[in-house]
Design a protein around this ligand. Structure first.
Ligand SMILES: Cc1ncc(COP(=O)(O)O)c(C=O)c1O
Length: 392
């Protein structure tokens, strides 16, 4: 230990009080074991399609190693806006309403920092993606949870949302299709949620990172509803549908004043997303549809197998319409979520994530990602069956 006098409380209070992600502890354990079948990681098991990797290599060969405009390459922003127009019926200006970010993760951080004054309340639905609560806290906001429930297939009930609104509410975060439940919203729910946002003058931050992976029916963005475009920030990226997690590339589109505020933070903290990742994203948008749809078909087939298998075992779960997760109820085993996941891992070498990693209301559930091959899913189901039988 050096003799230097160190400042007490070196870490800021709002950071030292942040919980560590429950998933990380669990995966440290998974990584220390051999021959585990993982239904745990929320990441495609596919590697990014070859043409995307090739375009990245080619960009490097041509010496594309510089910074780009802070907002991102204009050609990429134009292609993003074309893509959203064609596939989402959304009309954004590439010049002023679109910013390229280091994944949806950075886009979420930027919008929260851009809008929150200390003490503002931000509502989000739980069980949810692990970052929302901490991202809100890091931006000095107050996270307010609205629970989604199993009896409604984890959809967000507008009346439940209404009860959480106070004069301090600034924004709502939506994530449909949802991580970890796979839940989606009906058109009526979307309309009612939009109405609530309009009545209460709220900003809607919509994380639609799984939207291409919608298997039944069409995906509709809340930003397309009347009067919503001016109050909605649409977050999207390439990690999931294009299997490009490691490229770290995403974007936000929304009203000019909010994109401009996000841009200020981005230019000082990040400068720009990597040019190579931007070139890869451009290739994904221009030529990536066929490969993306192939992966989507494969996820859909896996979803059908895993939902049927889990229900046959007696671990009840609804058939989610999107993303690549199922969220079975494990209370029939008499175990808590953490006990179930830990014992299943130790006894059968199958990794699933305890539902509580996604919020307290995830107790009684586990998340299984079907970002694994059909063969592995079938073996995992067999082992889960054995595990449950041995508990009886
Ligand atoms: C709902 C949701 N939003 C955002 C992210 C992070 O995405 P990105 O890789 O674009 O930062 C994830 C990753 O798992 C996610 O599930």
């Amino acid at each position: 230990m050096s003799d230097l006098k160190l400042h007490h409380n070196r870490v800021a209070k709002h950071i030292s009080s942040l919980p560590k992600s429950g998933i990380r502890d669990f995966f440290d354990l998974v990584n220390s074991m051999d021959n585990v079948i993982s239904l745990g990681i929320g990441e495609p098991d596919f590697i990014a399609p070859w043409h995307i990797r090739e375009a990245t290599i080619y960009a490097l060969e041509r010496g594309h190693t510089s910074y780009t405009s802070n907002l991102g390459l204009l050609s990429l922003r134009e292609e993003i806006c074309n893509y959203l127009d064609k596939n989402y019926n959304l009309d954004f200006s590439a010049d002023s309403e679109c910013i390229v970010t280091v994944g949806v993760s950075e886009a979420l951080d930027l919008i929260l920092r851009a809008i929150i004054n200390p003490g503002d309340e931000i509502i989000y639905h739980e069980p949810c993606y692990v970052s929302y609560e901490s991202e809100i806290r890091m931006a000095h906001g107050i996270p307010v949870v609205v629970e989604t429930k199993e009896e409604y297939d984890f959809s967000l009930y507008p009346d439940d949302l209404r009860t959480k609104i106070t004069p301090k509410t600034k924004a709502i975060i939506l994530n449909f299709p949802c991580n970890p439940t796979g839940a989606t919203l009906s058109d009526d729910q979307l309309k009612e949620i939009a109405q609530i946002a309009i009545e209460n003058d709220l900003i809607v931050i919509t994380d639609e990172i799984y939207s291409e992976l919608t298997y039944d029916g069409e995906h509709t963005s809340i930003a397309t509803l009347p009067e919503m475009k001016d109050r909605t920030v649409f977050l999207h990226g390439f990690s999931k549908a294009y299997a490009m997690t490691g490229f770290r590339i995403g974007y936000a589109c929304g009203p000019e004043d909010l994109i401009d505020a996000m841009m200020k933070i981005h230019q000082y903290s990040m400068l720009c997303a990597s040019i190579l990742a931007q070139e890869a994203a451009l290739e994904a948008l221009i030529n990536g549809e066929t490969e993306m749809l192939k992966m989507k078909d494969e996820y859909c087939e896996r979803r059908n197998v895993i939902v049927k298998g889990l229900n046959e075992i007696g671990l009840k779960c609804f058939k989610p319409k999107g993303a690549f997760y199922v969220f079975p109820n494990i209370t029939s085993t008499g175990l808590t979520s953490v006990e179930f996941a830990t014992q299943l891992l130790n006894k059968k070498q199958v990794a699933v994530v305890p539902g509580t990693a996604f919020g307290q209301c995830g107790e009684g559930f586990v998340r299984c990602a079907y970002a694994a091959s059909i063969d592995d899913i079938k073996i995992a189901l067999k082992k889960i069956q054995e595990f449950c039988d041995e508990l009886k």
